[in-house]
Design a protein around this ligand. Sequence first.
Ligand SMILES: [Mg+2]
Length: 258
Amino acid sequence: MHGVLIDLDGVIYQNDSLIAGADRSVRWLQHNSIPHLFVTNTTSKPRAALVEKLNSMGLGITPDSLLTPPSAAVAYLKQKGLKSIALFAPSATCSDFADVSESAAPEAVVIGDLAEEWSFDTLNRAFNLLINNPQAELIALGMSRYYRSGDMLKLDVGPFAAALAFATEKEPVVMGKPSPAFFQQAADLLGLKPVDLCMIGDDIKADVTGAQVCGIKGALVKTGKFRPEDLVRGRPDIVLDSFADLPDAWERFQASDS
Ligand SMILES: [Mg+2]
């Protein structure tokens, strides 16, 4: 095993507080030049704001070491040579696409969590761009179904991407865990094969099982959203009480290769 992918929420921080000792493990990775990438499904903040949040907690990371759905989408567009897009995403996400040009005849239609900004006209415009440009790819910044906002549940990006996929018969490329395209992008950015990576997260399905499906090992931490039942809902290769234990558990990560 050569490198690690690390979830943020529930692993590095909880709400806005650093998980005790997580910063030491990050510095240990940096000091030992162990390839690592932070991977998150968060799209409510631009990558630069997330990097700032992590650095305010003393992590000392660069934007390159953080993969978000928008930054993965930008890397994917570059990799596939897709130069123009139509972007349906909230303003918080738009700065991540600053270097990609928008076009009325896009090579990709990128769908994010527009929430209240969705209307029939907006969704129908995305549909027309896809149907009128048969080669255009449909890229979804996650495929979550809904989330809680205050005292009600709100439709997330998934149902809108699914509506467009259904209408156009295009398979969406999903950027966000547990999508294989997202994990592959993470592996490509580190220049490593999935088999040489371990994903460390607190979500047994999206982090651990999702990674394992792609040939990446999965380590579960007992912080964040962890519940004891998770050990039955999935089969993590490694279980850690906390990300703070990473340096001490490193031997076990290496042993999990065999
Ligand atoms: Mg998490």
